[in-house]
Ligand binder design. Structure first.
Ligand code: 3PG
Ligand code: MG
Length: 393
């Protein structure tokens, strides 16, 4: 694929607009609980600044109502963290679409953060008029938001089409390079682990992945639907009953490729202090909830991972946030860390698990993206990447 990269563009004295993905998790008080995405966006910003650009950065944060400012979705905490990381002030600009005194005053070496781009009406619909107005702010548009590359929105797509120059930032380029490289001719066996709470959001990827991989491991709530499809019991676990027939169709279409857990750690309620109980799946009672996989399932999973040539990991296999139900995910994380395979991990929960178990430096590549990562693996063309290719001619 061919895309223009920020490193190839002369930005000295230019106004550079960077669309980053600074959509970080926050606690109830708005404090940032994981700043991975902010840290990952710093190299692109630093590069432009060090080469004499005047830099504007924006991102979305959460999913606010368009057309109105809301304090709870403000990027103020992000501006503060970014300023700490860059070691310089990062003013936060509200109502920035048509420029203003702040824009006129922007000098080479300055950086500002433009408020949550999803406050602007037309952002999510990729409104071309909004995109054109925003494109007037800059000489060079940089898309460094791989985490949002699966969305065609005004700042991720339309603006890139309208700006004088459009290129990929270093994070975007590194993500696309790493994932394309790993998936173009993966070392076999290729093992994918797709876990997490819901099947419906990931069902199309499961089918597409089952075609491409040698083993598809399902975990978490996704696995519960497959357990039902395979005739096991799930009690009152999180499960999507209306998708059982689809899960069964996948099991039938790919015999032996999609192993289903055989035992589980269950509890009567969903809580950190719930009493864990180990059960074979045929013994799961109506009032049990499956919160982790059991030791037999862990053993087969470890054996698969140990033999893998390439591993793609999205989603925890249990409620790893609760120590009593973290065993399966920890064993999986340790097995991936220990394996000689090229390993790629992505998604917010997955990164949280990787950090909790301290194995980040033993994963070959960690993607900052969740949804975009999955759509890329599925083989879909991501709109932001398509735009960059189009602009590269
Ligand atoms: C993400 O966190 O998945 C990306 O930042 C995209 O956010 P969105 O799902 O709200 O579009
Ligand atoms: Mg999301």
């Amino acid at each position: 694929m061919s895309i223009k990269r920020l490193s190839e563009v002369d930005v000295a004295g230019k106004r550079v607009f960077i669309r980053a993905d600074l959509n970080v998790p926050q606690d109830d008080n708005g404090a940032i609980t994981d700043d991975t995405r902010i840290r990952a966006s710093v190299p692109g910003i630093r590069d432009a600044l060090s080469r004499g650009a005047a830099v504007m950065v924006t991102s979305h944060l959460g999913r606010p109502t368009e057309g109105q400012f809301s304090e709870g979705d403000s990027m103020a905490p992000v501006a503060k963290r970014l300023s700490e990381l860059l070691g310089k002030p990062v003013p936060l600009i509200r109502d920035w679409v048509d420029g203003g005194p702040w824009h006129a005053a922007l000098k080479p070496g300055d950086v500002v953060l433009l408020e949550n781009c999803r406050f602007n009406k037309g952002e999510k619909k990729d409104d071309p008029e909004l995109a054109k107005r925003m494109a007037k702010l800059c000489d060079v548009y940089v898309n460094d938001a791989f985490g949002t590359a699966h969305r065609a929105e005004a700042t991720t797509h339309g603006m890139g089409l309208a700006a004088p120059v459009a290129c990929a930032g270093p994070l975007m380029a590194a993500e696309v390079d790493a994932l394309s490289h790993a998936l173009a001719s993966p070392k076999r066996p290729l093992v994918a682990i797709v876990a997490g709470s819901k099947v419906s959001t990931k069902l199309t990827i499961l089918r597409a992945l089952a075609e491409k991989v040698d083993v598809l491991i399902v975990g978490g709530g996704i696995a519960n639907t497959f357990i039902l499809a395979a005739g096991g019991h799930v009690g009152k676990s999180l499960v999507e009953k209306d998708l059982v027939s689809e899960a069964k169709a996948i099991l039938d279409a790919f015999p032996g490729k999609v192993p289903v857990p055989v035992d589980a750690v269950v509890a009567k309620n969903f809580a950190a202090d719930a009493t864990p109980e180990l059960k074979a799946l045929e013994n799961v009672a109506d009032d049990d909830m499956i919160l982790d996989i059991g030791p037999q399932s862990v053993a087969y999973l470890k054996a698969i991972v140990a033999k893998a040539g390439t591993i793609v990991w999205n989603g925890p296999v249990g409620v790893f946030e609760f120590d009593a139900f973290a065993g399966g995910t920890k064993a999986l994380a340790d097995a991936i860390a220990a394996s000689g395979a090229f390993s790629i991990a992505g998604g917010g929960d997955t990164i949280a698990a990787i950090n909790k178990f301290g194995i980040a430096d033993r994963i070959s590549y960690i993607s900052t993206a969740g949804g975009a990562f999955l759509e890329f693996l599925e083989g879909k063309k991501l709109p932001a990447v398509a735009m960059l290719e189009q602009r590269a001619g």
